[in-house]
Design a protein around this ligand. Structure first.
Ligand code: NOJ
Length: 540
């Protein structure tokens, strides 16, 4: 084959540090907390941890606003803690993937503090400025977190660009000095032994704000190639770009097997299927299974041999998948396992977001209990526009980012074993039933199921490298496909809903087959798939 890579063969686990494990009672997760849970992650079988940002930050956007790229925020620990974490994880064959936020910094970064001092300050050109007059921004570009993307600085008579919050000014990638600072910083982390990087909203760096082009801008390829050449290509790293606007065509450039850019990207086409077209994530519509099959299958077949998929349902920006496209009531366990089977059976590197392996669910809190800047801005904005509180809250319950950010549920002790202090955000009250301790002791738990899926990946090359083919594209209940590698075939059958579906395995798969995993432990029926039933067979 010749195309094998370590980062294709592992499963990555994402940690959102502030919500994973607190070690000092301040109510916020930290590096020592992660350290204390490494054996849990080793038991699960993962090969890398993607750590959401832990660098110094005023935490306006929970660390995605960095004020020092080469230091750790005291809230999370110290640089020594980080070095120890890299080492100790390494001893367990777990690599640390850092989150690189390169599109913007914090407004409290020394570069920006200098930049706003005067137009002729050497750092001024590290950011994106436009002359103007107060009240009339250069254009109507909007910030992802609401309002204009331009902020007025009266002392300078200029606006600066911030595609996210006002405290996240966009870096000026056109300036070669900025790019060089970034490369030096990345090299510094590489020297510390990190296993790779996740690149935050990296498809925005080639922007052309005057033309209102943000994603996939004209300079994107040039910057990606230079970035990769000057840094990543000097190591053997997993690099994954967050690219909301990626298409299979652009993914083939980002993830070209020649290694000129990244290992892979996160594409979000499937994730946007339950929002009204042309609106945004807050305007909900039911998921159409046929569309989901179409989109995921398109990515599977189009990237074959030409790029590599990342496989995910969840991250720190998305609602919990079991609440979203599964069933977090009666069939929580079955549906969480079904969704895991569906994803881990595909070609690509699977990502598990903390708590997904426990089947953690969304929450419904009073507005005062939420913490996320995006969600709180949305609430203010929509109430101001005359939406009913009920409507806005339904959107927040369904899509709010805090769904993913409630503390990890470790056990039944107070605050779910997350902290001995007051957690920075409320723990989901269902922790008394849904927690790691219960899951580790229960042979039929979602945790054990994930563990088996991860183990199967290590045992069967077909799961990693096999070619994908969708079965029954028009079936409105079943998501089924095969994977083929040489003479070996994998058959994945998933009943996507809570109804019994009459089903017989087609004759072409009638020969010798071994059931590798299934989410019902009492055998399989010849004639039906039960609610959310999932099976993975090895044929031949
Ligand atoms: C994407 C990150 O995943 C999200 O959490 C953050 O708010 C934005 N980028 C801005 O950095």
């Amino acid at each position: 084959m010749g195309n094998e890579k370590w980062w294709k063969e592992i499963v990555v686990y994402q940690i959102y540090p502030r919500s994973f494990q607190d070690s000092n009672g301040d109510g916020i997760g930290d590096l020592k907390g992660i350290f204390s849970r490494l054996d849990y992650l080793k038991d699960l079988g993962i090969g890398a941890i993607w750590l959401s940002p832990v660098c110094k930050s005023p935490q306006d956007d929970n660390g995605y606003d960095i004020s020092d790229y080469q230091d750790i925020d005291p809230m999370f620990g110290s640089l020594e803690d980080m070095e120890l974490l890299i080492q100790e994880a390494g001893k367990r064959d777990i690599r640390i993937i850092m989150d690189l936020v390169l599109n913007h910094s914090s407004d409290e970064h020394p570069w920006f503090k200098e930049a706003r001092k005067s137009k002729d300050n050497p750092y001024h050109d590290y950011y994106v400025w436009r002359d103007g007059v107060e009240g009339t921004p250069p254009n109507d570009l909007g910030s992802t977190f609401g309002g204009s993307a331009w902020e007025w600085v009266p002392e300078l008579g200029q606006y600066y660009l911030h595609l996210f919050s006002v405290k996240q000014p966009d870096l000026n990638w056109e300036n070669p000095k900025v790019r060089q600072e970034i490369y030096d910083m990345i090299q510094w982390w590489m020297d510390k032994g990190v296993g790779g990087f996740r690149l935050d909203v990296i498809d925005l760096i080639g922007k052309e704000p005057d033309l209102k082009i943000t994603g996939n801008g004209p300079n994107l390829r040039k910057y990606m190639r230079e970035l990769s050449k000057e840094t990543f290509q000097k190591g053997d790293l997993l690099t994954v770009g967050e690219t909301w606007g990626a298409t299979p065509e652009s993914a083939k450039l980002y993830s070209n097997p020649d290694g000129s850019e990244l290992s892979m990207v996160f594409q979000f086409e499937h994730i946007s299927l339950d929002e009204q077209q042309g609106k945004g994530k807050w305007d909900l519509q039911p998921l159409d299974l046929l569309q989901l099959k179409k989109v995921l299958s398109k990515w599977q077949t189009e990237l074959k041999g030409e790029a590599w998929n990342s496989l995910f349902w969840n991250n720190h920006d998305l609602p919990r998948i079991v609440s979203r496209w599964g069933n977090d009531g009666e069939y929580r366990v079955e549906s969480a396992k079904m969704l895991a089977t569906l994803l881990h059976g595909m070609q690509g590197t699977p990502y598990v977001y903390q708590g997904e392996e426990l089947g953690m669910t969304n929450v419904r809190y009073d507005i005062e209990e939420y913490r996320d800047i995006e969600l709180l801005n949305l609430y203010k904005e929509r109430i101001g526009q005359g939406y009913s509180k009920e409507d806005v809250m339904e959107s927040i319950y369904a899509k709010g980012r805090d769904n993913a950010r409630t503390p990890m549920q470790w056990d039944t002790s107070e605050n779910a074993g997350f902290t001995e202090g007051k957690p920075w955000i409320l723990v989901n009250p269902n922790y008394t039933e849904i927690n790691a301790e219960e899951s580790m002791n229960n042979p039929n738990s979602i945790y054990q199921y994930y563990k088996t899926l991860i183990q199967l990946r290590k045992e069967h090359e077909v799961i990693i490298y096999g070619d994908y083919e969708l079965l029954y594209p028009e079936d409105t209940n079943l998501f089924a496909y095969t994977r083929t590698l040489g003479g070996t075939k994998l058959l994945v059958l998933c009943n996507f809903y809570g109804k019994i579906v009459p089903f017989q395995i087609p004759r072409e798969f009638a020969g010798d087959k071994r059931l590798l995993i299934s989410n019902y432990s009492d055998g399989v029926s010849e004639n039906a798939l039960r609610p959310y039933e999932a099976r993975m067979y090895l044929l031949g």
